[in-house]
Design a protein around this ligand. Structure first.
Ligand code: GTP
Length: 884
């Protein structure tokens, strides 16, 4: 539209005013006539104006007489308190008219007329409700029509774009509603500025235009009033109602809208100032484009440290709104400031949505990846039976190795018979086309060592008990190890070929340990075998398969392979070699892998028969090469997508493990028991108990198990007679337990192993003291323990007898030091003559606190005067044992 056209044209609202009709009506009418109008602010050509004037000439003539009705209706409407619109009021006006001067009758009703009036008022009320409904319907319909029309025009006007159309819809709506009435002071200023600019260009409208902007409100209302029988007050309510909001709420929303677009508004105002004489229609078009907020997400997945801008993107909200929201919550921040987890959660709660912190997956945490694959396998649809993995345990010389050898050599299928049996830490035997995997390291030490390192590969334990020897200490240890790991036990009563064999006795003995044969009403499988002759060995295999079936051991051969190292070594020609048990998925040649802190690609894969294989399915043991370094037994194997990732993960892990080596792993000790219980929410305190005789073991076990502190109970993982050995230490370590010894001592190797692992061994010779200590530790009240430490040794050179004082010894400090508070032992010819305390310590005539090596001193001992020349004095202190 050209500027010159604009100056001579009349705007729709002016025409509406002239014709005494509502803006929206005239807009509608103009559109019906096919004029291109966007709102009541649109201007028309003379021709168009004439057409509308023509149309309304008759109509307005007809309408005029109604004005008399308006006056009548006001009073009536006030009485009914209605919020009706024109139509309704018109009807009411008609009704009231029929009552002949209702005012008079209401104020002074005659008795005969009262009933009639009541009836009439009742009818009015009913009609008022009906009318209200109708008004609502017609309003809704009108809005829908507007939107439809706009939708149609939108297609016709691609030049202007959807944004312009949307703005027009809003403007169109605003014409009918209260929104346009209130402008924020800033906007009004801008409006005035723009309009003043316009005035300079428009002589014809000079007297009207300057007033127009600030008079928008009165203009609108007057326009409505002139066409409406409703008083201004009613009218305001009416319009508020149309929008389903109270005026104040609506106002707040308006303000919020304005604030939301404050920034864009500023830019717009700047632009308006620049473009002098721009048509007012542009102002309307540039009303804040009400950004339709996209719906909030259901859950806000955030990272700590995000700022309002980041959150704005996630919440589909303006950052300014986020800052404002936080401000309302009492949190002062700007758009770029990092926010704490609590703040973000609070914000999410304010928006009424859930929040969740994004979990960063650490791909170097292969234990986690391993667990993840384990979980994946549980839910897999491709599960197939997998061979059970078996460990053989038992007392020394009961026949574990003989059994393993027999199995390895006899149960090899025909086509594999030619292969040279490899020693790769595990092997498989076949029975009825079903495989069983045996770990080749018998005994509970290896089993628990693996467990201590987090590897739980054994499905079933075969406990070998020699029928001619019966249950022995390591038999019991093995039972405890298996039970602690929650692995089912199958008992192989061995050496039944021996003349002195008494299998039933073994079965009786084992009942004491909870292993009751099925024949005797229990659920433990017993098989009587001879490992030497091979008798019933197949039965044993059969029973293992039966147990495996009961356990429903399954795996998904299609998923990513995971496994555990059974053994690893450095081979001269082949570099690092690892014997791996594949546990889930299928391991293939060329797979990029990480094992423990090493990485590489599976180069050569060899099975237990020494044959090269291309893949290894679940429960298959294989030897692999291609690793960067030698991993450790119990290390986990995880397959990665590419070698590059595997390398970076492996290297990262190697770095991490170096760091970890510096930190000492802390086991549960009596000293840290209470804190650990609290920290790890322990419900059980594990104890490995060793005593000198069976009687004291039982007594101690019973008393310890009775301790109950705040729902935490003592769990005796193993109780036995004899010195504390390496097996006890391994078991305690694997079960995060500590060891109590009663009248027993640890062996040298067990002691050093415990020291290395930071494992607590407590030695007692009084039962109640042990019980008190455990109970006190569980209650967090354990007294610090003290240990005697010899700090110096002295030789008596001279003695003086002084009455009242006793014997004074003149002595030289040979090594260390002696203090006034020291304990002192008098040793003569290697025998301790007296053990007491220093009574006085002097250098020459002065009392001193301490005398060091190389100095002489005068010393008296409390209650002891029998000191002789050449006696050795041993100074000692009680020092607090540092918490392990
Ligand atoms: N008569 C007979 N002797 C057996 C049987 N099983 C094992 N032996 C013998 O018992 C002895 C010990 O057997 P091993 O297999 O070495 O026992 P182990 O449990 O492996 O012993 P460690 O490795 O020391 O723990 C060997 O001389 C075997 O020949 C059997 O079923 N019958």
């Amino acid at each position: 539209m050209k500027e010159s056209d604009l100056m001579t044209r009349i705007r729709l609202y002016e025409l509406a005013k002239e014709l005494g009709i509502e803006n929206k009506v005239i807009v509608e009418k103009a559109r019906e006539l096919g004029f291109d109008v966007k709102s009541h602010m649109s201007s028309l050509t003379d021709d168009q104006i004439n057409k509308i004037r023509e149309l309304y000439k008759n109509k307005s003539d007809k309408k005029r007489p109604n004005k008399s009705k308006i006056k009548v209706s006001v009073g009536a409407l006030r009485r009914t308190n209605g919020n009706e619109d024109n139509n309704k009021k018109k009807k009411k006006a008609d009704l009231t008219k029929n009552t002949n001067s209702p005012k008079e009758k209401v104020n002074n009703p005659k008795p005969a007329a009262r009933d009639l009036l009541n009836k009439l008022q009742k009818k009015q009320r009913q009609e008022s409700v009906a009318l209200e409904e109708q008004v609502k319907r017609s309003k809704k319909q009108w809005h829908e029509e507007q939107i439809k029309k706009v939708d149609v025009t939108e297609n016709k006007m691609p030049v202007e774009g959807a944004e312009a159309v949307r703005a027009r819809v809003k403007v169109a709506k605003k014409v009918a509603g209260p929104k346009i009435i209130k402008l924020s002071p800033a906007r009004q200023k801008a409006d005035n500025e723009a309009k003043n600019d316009q005035v300079k260009h428009s002589n014809a409208k000079r007297d009207f235009r300057p007033r127009q902007a600030k008079a928008t409100k009165s203009m609108d209302i007057s326009a409505v009033i002139s066409d409406s029988p409703v008083p201004p007050e009613e009218n305001r309510k009416l319009r508020n109602k149309e929008y389903g909001k109270t005026g104040r709420k609506k106002q707040r929303d308006d303000d919020a809208d304005f604030e939301r677009s404050e920034q864009s508004d500023k830019a717009r105002r700047r632009k308006n100032r620049k473009v002098k004489g721009q048509q007012p229609i542009d102002l309307i078009k540039k009303q804040p484009t009400q950004r339709k907020d996209r719906p909030l997400p259901e859950i806000l997945v955030f990272e700590e440290g995000m700022n309002a801008q980041d959150l704005g993107k996630l919440l589909h909200r303006e950052p300014a709104e986020i800052v404002k929201k936080l401000f309302m919550l009492g949190i002062m921040t700007n758009q770029n400031q990092s926010l704490s987890k609590d703040t973000i959660e609070l914000l999410a709660a304010e928006y009424g949505i859930e929040s969740k912190e994004k979990v960063h997956e650490d791909i170097s945490d292969i234990d986690n990846l391993y667990e993840h694959e384990m979980e994946v396998s549980k839910k897999s649809q491709n599960l197939v039976k997998r061979p059970p993995v078996v460990t053989i345990m038992g007392h020394v010389d009961h026949g574990k190795t003989t059994l393993l050898d027999r199995l390895r050599n006899t149960n090899v299928s025909a086509h594999e018979a030619g292969g040279i049996t490899q020693k790769i830490g595990a092997y498989q035997v076949k029975l009825d086309d079903r495989l069983i995997t045996f770990l080749d390291t018998p005994g509970h030490a290896a089993f628990s060592n693996m467990r201590a390192r987090g590897a739980e590969v054994t499905d079933i334990v075969v406990l070998v008990v020699a029928a001619d020897d019966g249950v022995m200490p390591q038999t019991v240890e093995a039972i405890d190890h298996a039970k602690s790991a929650g692995v089912p036990i199958i008992v192989a009563v061995n050496k039944i070929d021996k003349p002195g064999a008494n299998p039933d006795h073994v079965m009786e003995q084992l009942m004491k340990y909870g292993l009751v044969p099925e024949d005797w009403g229990g659920d433990t499988i017993f098989v009587k075998i001879s490992a030497k002759s091979g008798e019933n060995v197949d039965d044993l295999l059969q029973m293992i398969l039966l147990q495996a079936d009961m356990m429903e051991l399954q795996a998904d051969p299609n998923q990513k392979a995971i496994g555990t190292v059974i053994e690893a070594r450095l081979s001269k020609g082949r570099g690092p070699v690892a014997d791996v048990l594949v546990q889930q998925g299928t391991l293939n040649i060329g797979d990029p892998i990480v094992i423990g802190d090493t990485f590489g690609r599976v180069r050569v894969m060899t099975n237990d028969k020494g044959r090269r294989v291309k893949k290894a399915t679940p429960s298959t043991p294989v030897e692999i090469t291609g690793l960067s370094d030698v991993p450790e037994a119990a290390d986990k194997l995880v397959v990665f997508e590419d070698e590059k990732t595997a390398r970076s993960v492996g290297e990262q892990r190697a770095r991490n493990s170096l760091e970890k080596q510096r930190e000492n792993t802390q086991h549960v000790t009596l000293d840290n028991l209470f804190d650990t219980m609290k920290k790890e929410n322990m419900k059980e305190v594990g104890i490995v108990l060793k005593a000198d005789v069976q009687g004291s073991t039982e007594a101690l076990q019973q008393s310890l198990e009775k301790i109950d502190v705040e729902g935490v109970r003592v769990n005796i993982i193993h109780a036995g007679v004899g010195a504390i050995n390496e097996s006890d230490v391994t078991l305690a370590s694997a079960s995060n337990a500590f060891i109590i010894g009663f009248n027993v001592r640890p062996t040298a190797t067990a002691r050093s192993q415990a020291d290395n692992e930071g494992l607590d061994i407590r030695l007692y010779n009084i039962i109640y003291k042990a019980i008190d200590d455990v109970e006190a530790a569980m209650k967090g009240m354990l007294e610090p323990t003290y240990e005697e430490k010899v700090v110096g040794s002295l030789t008596v050179r001279e003695t003086w007898k002084v009455s009242k004082v006793g014997t004074i010894a003149g002595a030289l400090v040979d090594s260390g030091y002696i203090t006034k508070d020291s304990g002192v032992r008098v040793i003569r010819d290697g025998i301790v003559k007296y053990d007491g305390k220093v009574a006085s310590l002097k250098r020459f005539k002065d009392d001193v606190k301490e005398v060091k090596q190389g100095f002489e001193c005068g010393i008296t001992i409390e209650n002891f005067n029998d000191i002789k020349i050449d006696d050795q004095l041993e100074a000692y202190e009680m020092q607090e044992v540092p918490v392990k």
